[in-house]
Design a protein around this ligand. Structure first.
Ligand SMILES: O=C(O)CCC(=O)C(=O)O
Length: 203
């Protein structure tokens, strides 16, 4: 391991301090944007590595305009950690795991999967959806980390969240509609319905 790699690995092990206010905001809103969790050097290193994996494994055979709505929204490569050991320190870093534990209020977390999502210029939109619908889990004690490798604006495809809808049942029982752009705004006007007791985390 080079000195640079060692520094990056040390960074992945170090805790990222969270304030009680940040933890409270996460539980109230269902998401939180945490600045500078990783250094620019670390993001550059793992960004380059993951880009090379996506380029090598890109399943798209058609040009953007001829693809279906899903493949226009992003190129998705999952479980890189299983095929690329060099990605493992990033995918399963203690730094990220500890953030997840503190936000969820638990002692430990288990990674279900990692995935690279690459969005192309002039690609399609990703409709509003509830990730938990797609996950094989019976508890809502789950969390994702969305880690951009570059400056990302709303226009260029930054992730957006519907504030407080983790308390709502809406969207948890039906798949995403990969339909018209109108479907991306529809859910903004839907009043939250209380989440059913069955989906709540055990006390
Ligand atoms: O960025 C996207 O287009 C989709 C991201 C997403 O849905 C997710 O990370 O759960």
């Amino acid at each position: 391991m080079t000195d640079v790699e060692k520094d990056l690995h040390d960074e992945l092990e170090r805790p990222y301090p969270l304030s009680p206010e940040q933890i409270e905001a996460f539980r109230r809103d269902g998401f939180i944007r945490l600045p500078n969790v990783f250094s620019a050097e670390l993001l550059e290193h793992f960004g380059a590595l993951i880009t090379s994996v996506v380029e090598a494994e890109d399943p798209n055979e058609l040009p953007l305009a001829e693809r279906g709505a899903y493949a226009r929204a992003f190129t998705q490569i999952t479980n890189l950690w299983q095929r690329h050991p060099a990605v493992v320190p990033f995918s399963s870093s203690r730094r990220c795991a500890r953030i997840a534990c503190e936000l969820l209020g638990c002692e430990g977390v288990r990674m279900w999967h990692d995935q690279a999502l690459f969005k192309e210029a002039s690609g399609g939109i990703t409709p509003w959806h509830v990730d938990q619908f797609f996950w094989p889990m019976s508890s809502d004690q789950s969390i994702t980390a969305w880690i951009p490798f570059q400056e990302t604006s709303v226009e260029s495809g930054a992730l957006q969240f519907a504030v407080g809808t983790h308390h709502s049942d809406h969207g948890r029982r039906s798949p995403t509609t990969w339909a018209t752009p109108a479907s991306t705004t529809a859910s903004r006007s839907i009043a939250p319905k209380p989440i059913s007791a069955a989906r709540r985390a055990p006390p």
